[in-house]
Design a protein around this ligand. Structure first.
Ligand SMILES: NC(=O)c1ccc[n+]([C@@H]2O[C@H](COP(=O)([O-])OP(=O)(O)OC[C@H]3O[C@@H](n4cnc5c(N)ncnc54)[C@H](O)[C@@H]3O)[C@@H](O)[C@H]2O)c1
Length: 264
């Protein structure tokens, strides 16, 4: 990589991509978008209009990779990570994966990491709709005894009726994400940061307004309890606003030339 502005390619032109394009357009992320890809190219056309700049659009990975890039952002689907991840990393291009849930698949994750090691590329998974993964990673050094993700949602967010608070699920993350796919990215990010599978609890509670995540971590160095109460994103009510902001912050940080770095 040279000192020129970083070049970014975007796969998936939906809700999260629209926030990312907004941050690129306003200069919050100081990088150039050089190519966009989606199975529905018209989705990319909309984002191009929003950016107000000419950006090539494609539906083919081969054409996508003809552009020189420092980072590819996957904002598409777990399937997209399976389809394109290895090829992108084998070109030595850093990959930001938003569909973090794909990384709970050990075989896929190990394959991607092995390819990245060979080429020197990096794989980034944003914190998303939670907080505190820096401390969770720090505690891994001394060992983590227990890591829990407790998600509390109002009945309408779960599409069910409930008159009182009720635990809908308590068990391992891998099983939880099959039954509650909305939790997949945060459960995966937390488990990967902790180096052990998180316990997941899903609770419906008519007294809460916001989608709430409580992270509990027990280790001999610290006991951590973090509560995050999320407001939905303006463009996609299924996504927390914080998740989009978290991705933008990750991009800002990895593309920034600012020598002062706060937080680990
Ligand atoms: N890490 C996080 O914090 C976080 C938060 C929210 C969403 N997500 C994940 O990010 C991804 C994008 O979320 P979104 O809300 O923007 O979704 P979205 O449905 O609004 O947009 C996804 C876009 O990707 C395209 N797409 C899907 N599969 C593709 C493929 N194989 N090849 C090319 N294009 C493909 C779709 O056509 C669509 O335009 C999802 O997997 C979602 O689970 C992650």
């Amino acid at each position: 990589m040279n000192n020129a502005r970083p070049c970014i390619g975007l796969i998936g032109c939906g809700a999260i991509a629209s926030e990312i394009v907004g941050a690129l357009g306003s200069g919050i992320v100081d990088a150039d978008l050089v190519v966009m890809m989606d199975i529905y190219p018209e989705k990319c056309e909309k984002l191009k209009e929003r950016l107000g700049k000419e950006v090539p659009i494609t539906t083919s990975l081969k054409e996508f990779l003809e552009h020189s890039m420092d980072y590819v952002i996957e904002a598409a689907s777990q399937e997209a990570v399976r389809q394109y991840g290895e090829e992108i990393l084998s070109h030595g291009i850093n990959l930001v994966i938003l569909s973090v849930g794909a990384l709970l698949d050990d075989e896929l994750r190990e394959k991607l990491v092995a390819t990245a090691k060979k080429t020197g590329a990096k794989i980034y998974a944003p914190t998303g709709a939670i907080a505190g993964l820096d401390a969770v990673r720090a505690l891994r050094t001394v060992g983590i005894d227990r890591v829990v993700l407790r998600t509390i949602k109002p009945p309408r967010s779960l599409g069910i009726e409930a008159k009182e608070r009720k635990v809908l699920y308590h068990g391992p993350a891998r099983e939880a994400v099959k039954r509650f796919p909305f939790n997949v990215n945060v459960a995966a990010a937390l488990s990967l940061a902790a180096g052990k599978e998180a316990e997941v609890e899903v609770i419906v509670d008519p007294s809460v307004e916001r989608n709430t995540h409580i992270i509990l971590v027990e280790s001999k160095a610290s006991r951590i309890e973090i509560r995050v109460e999320n407001v939905p994103s303006k463009t996609n009510p299924r996504t927390s606003w914080l998740a989009a902001l978290s991705v933008i912050e990750l991009l800002r940080r990895i593309t920034s030339t600012d020598p002062l770095i706060i937080g680990s």
